[in-house]
Design a protein around this ligand. Structure first.
Ligand code: FAD
Length: 468
């Protein structure tokens, strides 16, 4: 039997059920990747960079026999079936609303043509439809959702990588034909310095993180400590499976009970990822529309200049600017700062959360439709289990709490590096003598705050309170 294994968000050999089922059936395998350029949520710039390198890694493990195509998935698959004489197509499931529509239609069309189609779960611990509340409905609050998941958890062991794969050669186009890398200009230097996309890079991150797991609970919000796993882009592209993580963590707890609390806190973050997928599946409009209908007519401002300053890290609030510059340079931002910059955009500047979501989509290497939209809605207060409307992050206090010595700010906003710890998060309150000593001229070497936070906070509270 000739079988096409269609890789999507599962760029790995280990614990890849679609691939392993094709091997189990002793099929001759055609490994395929399609860059679907008709879909709304195509990978943004940073994700394309990641995707290129991840595919290069996978292709090298598949003896350079991956087939790379670009266009509409349905036409490409049908074409390849005719060309190769394949009688089976296997894939691992994905959960974006558009993806589900494409896959469902394709599955029935191919089955009607007598093609064997098999689909699997490789991306999640729990299928989004598996977990329901006592009324049989989907959960909108995280804690009971995760409790139910844990109670129901019977997570199968990850399947080891196959010793041998029987591959067919239908390559026509090389990976470079997908044009995933930036060229003019090549802005990816910071990404190259920060990341190793691919299965080995993912495993290395995970192993390294296991060694550092102690203290995760206490340190995960600290911006000046490397306390979190940085697994998000590897998970987004499926270079490591969430089942590998689950079992890896439990094996680690068994060998070292002292890390149990940290480990369970970490797994609950993985739980937020599951919850986001649960929400996206049940609320397909999550990426565009507020989950709470009373937010539909929110009086957003129009202010392209403020948006640009936010995106470029030139708001005059050091913690916001540090986060936005970290994002631009590395394609990543610490979770705490994501919340701070998102709150600033939405509640201080009153700019639509969808604009921030789109910027993140383009610039994050871990851009993930479920996680990104659920979290933007969470910060805006219009999502499930969302931050209450009166929770408006104060960028100065947040900086002082989570970056007490200002090291994170000094790293990403080097023009402030000579400011003392007392003022690093509020340079506009520094005396002119101290500013001069630090070589700072506000409004020239570093911006004045683009908005007064205290006034902006009151303005936002008024609006939020007046919502129906
Ligand atoms: C406005 C905003 C937008 C976000 N956009 C994305 C996105 O596009 N892609 C993305 O993967 N995460 C997103 N997050 C969630 C979170 O910030 C990142 O997952 C996390 O910072 C990744 O770092 P880490 O792997 O070191 O996390 P760790 O603390 O090591 O957590 C382990 C894993 O758990 C998951 N996770 C952690 N926190 C969350 C969360 N709040 N929601 C959902 N999953 C979580 C991630 O898969 C992460 O890799 C967003 C958060 C905010 C506030």
């Amino acid at each position: 039997m000739k079988c096409i294994v269609w890789f999507r968000k599962d760029l790995r050999l280990t614990d890849n059920p679609a691939l392993l089922e094709a091997i189990r059936l002793k099929a001759d395998i055609i490994p395929l990747f399609i860059l679907e350029n008709h879909n709304r949520w195509q990978p943004g710039g940073a994700s394309r960079w990641w995707l290129h390198h991840s595919l290069a890694d996978l292709n090298s493990k598949l003896e350079g026999k991956m087939v790379f195509r670009q266009g509409k998935a349905a036409s490409i698959l049908k074409e390849l079936i005719v060309e190769s004489g394949a009688t089976a197509v296997f894939w691992n499931r994905r959960y974006g609303p558009e993806d589900i529509a494409i896959d469902t239609a394709l599955k029935s069309e191919l089955q009607d043509k007598g093609i064997l189609v098999k689909t699997f779960n490789s991306h999640l611990l729990f299928e989004p439809w598996e977990i329901t509340n006592n009324q049989g409905k989907f959960f909108q609050v995280f804690t009971p959702y995760w409790k139910k998941c844990i109670a129901q958890a019977n997570i199968s062991k990850p399947i080891p990588p196959p010793p041998e794969i029987q591959l067919l050669d239908y390559t026509k186009n090389s990976l470079t034909s997908l044009n995933l890398l930036p060229t003019q200009p090549d802005w990816a230097t910071g990404l190259r310095q920060t990341w190793t996309p691919g299965e080995a890079g993912a495993q290395e991150r995970f192993d390294h993180f296991l060694g550092d797991l102690k203290g995760y609970k206490g340190n995960r919000n600290r911006l000046d400590r490397e306390a979190t796993s940085h697994l998000s882009p590897h998970l987004a592209w499926g270079e490591i499976s969430v089942r590998q993580i689950w079992h890896g963590i439990y094996a680690h707890i068994a060998s070292n009970l002292a890390i149990e609390t940290d480990a369970l806190t970490f797994l609950s973050e993985i739980g937020w990822r599951e919850f986001s997928y649960h929400l996206l599946y049940h609320v397909p409009t999550l990426p565009q529309q507020p989950l709470k209908p009373q937010f539909a007519n929110f009086p957003w401002q129009e202010n392209p200049s403020a948006f640009k300053k936010w995106a470029q890290g030139l708001t005059g609030y050091p913690i916001v600017d540090a986060g936005m510059r970290e994002l631009w340079h590395t394609g990543y931002m610490h979770n705490r700062v994501r919340m701070i910059v998102a709150s600033f955009l939405i509640k201080d500047l009153l700019l639509p959360w969808q604009d921030g979501e789109a910027w993140f989509w383009d610039t994050l290497v871990d851009a993930d439709l479920a996680n990104n939209s659920a979290n933007w809605q969470w910060v805006a207060g219009c999502g499930a289990d969302a931050a209450p409307y009166f929770r408006i992050f104060n960028p100065v206090l947040q900086g002082e709490k989570f970056d007490p010595e200002g090291n994170y700010v000094r790293r990403w906003v080097p023009e402030l590096r000579l400011l003392s710890n007392d003022f690093i998060h509020k340079p506009w309150q520094t005396s002119s003598i101290k500013l001069k000593e630090a070589g700072i001229k506000l409004g020239s070497t570093y911006p004045e705050p683009i908005i007064n936070h205290d006034k902006a906070r009151l303005r936002a509270l008024e609006i939020y309170k007046s919502l129906p």
